[in-house]
Design a protein around this ligand. Structure first.
Ligand code: UDP
Length: 476
């Protein structure tokens, strides 16, 4: 019998591709055939970073629907990618489905689309295909989107999303993050044009997302009880990690997938850049729970002054550190500074890499804490490995995630900017000392790790939700 065929459509940026690829891997191991859609540039990046390790290539097909000139990735044209995602991609996907469905054996039976791509859910509906929306952020994010009419009604924001009262804090539920009108998903986006684009997209997406057959989310009931109480239609199946037991449990059900279990568990992890695994050997040489891991995801760009303050803060902290500095975050001046800094520090004290195998790093016993921008993937990965976080949010949902970490789960601390608008090296030193010097953060983080791991074990709630989701895909 031919395999059921699922089309997965991520928003083609790193933080969305990784969790959806992890879901694709889980589903492939349950015996589904997956077509995973990308832009040509992301498809190439993923394949390059794999260097031939893709153990599931028979089951997961990476397909490109936007070439590099269409997406603007050939000349790095700002804004062109998002325009192409909303204007060119829908037609290309429709064509892809039509062509694929000509063969009865290949017919696409389910579409799993990134929640931010409401058009994909509408397209599935029009074409009579089952559809699920996947939320790459916290469920709280969607609750915020659903509550936009209430925020307007309560006079907190205008019809276009602009805050009426700046720096006003509110909470939808006691176990949900404390939100601030100036740091909402859209109000923290910098300029007012971006603010309006994101706000309008959220308002539009609310309708298509609510009409999806399933709303699945990379989270757990334990992490966000309040959010799931307010919106029980959102179904957590997380944490989705490259080596979690959702996959190993799946292996016992499908004999043919046993072959995959002997392969590297993180093959086809969806990284756009090659991971520098030398840092794992370096971590082996460091004392238990001593290393400060510093990484800001795939987007964050540093101002030169701030970059130098961070470097000095790490030096002052006098702890071994592993710092991810992506090559595309540095200008020439920072590059020279970094080289000198590395020489001064010496390899033993600090290691700098351009992209780390983050999930493996966070699970390493020498990691003491994580200085993070609080992207949802980084947050949930830290929470699945018992690692306290020093929060350094920049934009979008990162402030909300910081509030989960500091106010709700109490597994981390925030950093305060000085009068000059920068976080000083002294502030970094003090907060690293506080985080590593107080066992309470580590104990809480370990409790959360245990809850997360229990939820993906057989009998766990996320595991059961995934099984139910799979049964639904299989049902005609
Ligand atoms: N990541 C990684 N290596 C790095 C830095 C990040 O593999 O050196 C991964 C990380 O594990 C996470 C993703 O990149 O899965 C970043 O997603 P997140 O939501 O944290 O941040 P974003 O990049 O979307 O801002």
């Amino acid at each position: 019998m031919s395999k059921l065929h699922i089309l997965i459509i991520p928003y083609p940026v790193q933080g969305h591709v990784i969790p959806l690829m992890q879901l694709a891997q889980s589903l492939a191991k349950y015996g589904f055939k997956i077509t995973f859609v990308n832009t040509e540039s992301t498809r190439k990046s993923i394949l390059n970073s794999l260097s031939g390790k893709n153990s599931l290539h028979d089951q997961i097909h990476l397909v490109s629907v936007l070439d590099e000139s269409e997406s603007g990735e050939d000349k790095n044209v700002p804004g062109k990618l998002s325009e192409a995602i909303f204007k060119i991609m829908p037609g290309k996907i429709e064509k892809l489905i039509e062509v694929t469905n000509v063969s009865e054996d290949e017919r696409i039976t389910c579409i799993i689309a990134d929640q931010s791509l409401g058009w994909a859910l509408e397209l599935a509906d029009r074409m009579g295909i089952k559809r699920a929306a996947f939320i790459t952020a916290a469920a709280a994010n969607l609750i915020l989107g659903f509550n936009i009419p209430k925020l307007i009604h309560d006079g907190l924001i205008d019809n276009d999303g602009t805050p009426r009262i700046k720096d006003h804090t509110f909470q939808f539920e006691p176990t949900m993050p404390i939100m601030n009108t100036s740091d909402l998903l859209w109000t923290s986006m910098g300029n007012s044009t971006m603010q309006k684009i994101i706000f309008n997209m959220l308002v539009h997406n609310n309708k298509s997302v609510k009409s999806a057959d399933w709303l699945i989310c990379n989270s757990t009931y334990d992490l966000e009880p309040g959010a799931f109480k307010l919106a029980p239609e959102i179904v957590p199946i997380g944490p989705l990690l490259s080596n979690n037991s959702l996959e190993s449990n799946a292996l016992s059900l499908e004999a043919e997938t046993l072959i995959s279990s002997r392969e590297s568990p993180d093959s086809l992890a969806g990284s756009f850049w090659p991971e520098d695994s030398t840092c794992l050997n370096w971590l082996d040489q460091q004392p238990l729970c001593s290393v400060v891991y510093v990484a800001f995801g795939s987007f964050t760009i540093f101002n030169e002054t701030q970059f130098q303050e961070l470097a000095l803060g790490l030096e002052l902290s006098n702890k071994p550190f592993l710092w991810v500095v992506r090559t595309n975050t540095l200008d020439t001046k920072s590059d020279i500074f970094l080289k000198k800094f590395e020489e001064k520090i010496g390899r033993q004290k600090g290691k700098i890499v351009s992209w780390a195998p983050q999930q493996k790093v966070l699970s390493h016993s020498s990691i003491g804490c994580f200085v993070s921008h609080c992207g949802w993937n980084s947050t949930i990965e830290a929470m699945s490995n018992g690692v306290p976080i020093l929060c350094w949010p920049y934009f979008a949902d990162q402030f909300m995630n910081q509030s989960y970490v500091c106010d709700i789960w109490k597994v981390g601390l925030g950093l305060k900017k000085g009068d000059n608008g920068f976080i000083s090296c002294g502030e970094i030193k003090v907060k690293v000392e506080q985080l590593l010097g107080n066992d309470v953060f580590k104990k809480r983080a370990m409790q959360i790790k245990e809850m997360n791991m229990n939820s993906v074990k057989e009998g766990g709630k996320s595991h059961q939700n995934l099984i139910n989701f799979i049964e639904w895909i299989k049902s005609s």
